[in-house]
Design a protein around this ligand. Structure first.
Ligand code: ASP
Length: 460
């Protein structure tokens, strides 16, 4: 018998109706034996995800020492699902008791306290789903990440899997029936709950798929496939049916929200194919993410973009001759616990591109102060409001003139390029533009590479 690890995202579990669709999908294929679930997500555009409701609970508790109102909203969400599925009220009562216990926990360390609550959405959803599946005659069991041995680093809200987890998790392969496993969290070696970054249930799924050597890792979401550009910006963007791991990682990094960028690596290392599918239309072909794909030269497969970057620009005459300059600059960032994303540099200048959320005003002041004091630069400037755009494709490295075509398209659209960077892998080119220009820039690149009628060329 084959083995598929199948992950369902928040919108696939947002209410009882969606959970019944998930049941049909799981029942339709006996290979679907390990199911990873998110917390219930949005039922409609203006709805709030359970994870965000839980964060509101935790924050109220930290601020006011009470969270009755916020707690009632979460309990109500679960109660509605439990009732609509015809499950006993005792399930909701148990959820409430557990949430109260989490809220009464130690609040000394905010990140740790927050993670305890954030993880509850997935944990309770998995228990509800297991109960619903059993009631409908499927031999389904909730398995806790603690019991299964999913060990994470103690980086609360940003944890990473510990290598030693894999050997224990491999045992899941031999579990009977259907395993329902909550996504998004695991346990530190000290036994505390820790969560992955937001959207991290994808990562759990990838880790399990790698650990049990699954044939396929199916990731069910609410769109038919990955598209060449964000369909909110370019509604006519074509679907992508086949992508390599590297292409997906680059696209996901720069804003393709369909799949978490950190969920690629575990699957790649184990050589597991990833399939993106739609819970609302499981018959749609979806997108397959594979180690290699045939591609023609010139193939730009997608255009991604993301807001929220800042640049720390440092210039100093003869920087190129000053041994250790970059190391000392990086040391200052490291001391502030800031990770940098890119570092395009020239002879006498270098800039560090960081996520704006990492550069709080206090950190920014300290970093700039230390650069001035310790590196004696001619100039140091911080700029916010940068968006990154990427054109991605395996075939790009064999094609002459792609950068020219992209820069011409941006220039014609009146978009100023603040930064340009071709990754060493040559499967992507990155542009930094003002956030205000991001959508216009995506449309321009789309027309340049995907819309022949507009002078572009279908290159894949
Ligand atoms: N529920 C978590 C979040 O909203 C994780 C996930 O859905 O993957 O970020």
């Amino acid at each position: 018998m084959g083995l598929k690890v199948v992950k369902f995202g928040g919108t696939s579990l947002a209410d009882a109706g969606q959970i019944l669709k998930v049941f049909e999908i799981v029942k339709a294929d006996p290979d679907r034996r390990i199911i990873v679930v998110s917390a219930p997500g949005k039922r409609h555009k203006t709805d709030t995800k359970v994870t965000d409701l839980l964060i509101a609970c935790a924050e109220a508790m930290l601020k006011h020492g009470a969270a009755e109102q916020e707690l009632a909203v979460v309990v109500q969400r679960f109660a509605e699902i439990q009732q609509a599925l015809g499950l006993p009220d005792s399930i909701t009562r148990a959820i409430e008791t557990d949430l109260r216990q989490r809220l009464a926990g130690d609040r000394q360390h905010h990140g740790r306290f927050l993670d305890g609550l954030k993880a509850a959405g997935e944990d309770h959803c998995a228990q509800l789903v297991a109960a619903a599946f059993r009631q409908k005659g499927l031999d389904a069991h909730y398995v806790s990440p603690r019991e299964a041995g999913l060990l994470l680093s103690a980086q609360f809200g940003n944890a990473q899997v510990l290598e030693k987890s894999y050997a224990r998790l491999a045992e899941l392969r031999h579990h009977s029936g259907v395993t329902i496993f909550p996504g998004f969290f695991g346990y530190t070696e000290a036994g505390e709950v820790a969560t992955f970054p937001r959207g991290g249930s994808d990562i759990t799924g990838a880790i399990l798929a790698a650990a049990v050597q699954a044939d396929v890792y199916e990731n069910f979401t609410d769109v038919d496939s990955v598209y060449a550009c964000d369909p909110h910006i370019v509604p006519e963007a074509p679907p992508i049916t086949l992508l390599t791991y590297r292409e997906m990682r680059e696209l996901a990094y720069a804003g393709f929200g369909v799949f978490h960028d950190e969920a690629i690596v575990p699957a790649v290392q184990a050589g597991v194919t990833i399939g993106i599918k739609n819970t609302n239309r499981p018959s749609a072909p979806g997108t397959q993410i594979v180690p290699e794909r045939p591609y023609s030269a010139g193939g730009v497969v997608g255009v991604a973009s993301a807001n929220g970057f800042s640049t720390i620009y440092v210039s100093k005459y003869l920087m190129n001759r000053e041994v250790g300059f970059s190391r000392r600059l990086l040391q200052i960032l490291e001391d502030e616990n800031i990770s940098y994303e890119h570092a395009p540099s020239g002879i006498d200048n270098t800039s560090m591109i960081v996520r704006s959320r990492e550069l709080t005003p206090a950190r920014e002041a300290r970093v700039v102060g230390r650069i001035q004091a310790e590196l004696a630069p001619d100039d140091v400037e911080v700029e916010h409001g940068l968006a990154l755009l990427m054109i991605v494709g395996e075939g790009m490295r064999y094609t002459v003139g792609l950068a020219a075509r992209a820069t011409r398209a941006l220039a014609d659209a009146g978009v100023n390029i603040e930064m340009l960077n071709q990754g060493a892998s040559e499967i992507s080119i990155m542009f930094g533009v003002q956030e205000a220009d991001r959508k216009k820039a995506v449309r321009a690149l789309y027309h340049a590479f995907f819309a022949p009628a507009h002078g572009g060329e279908q290159t894949v």
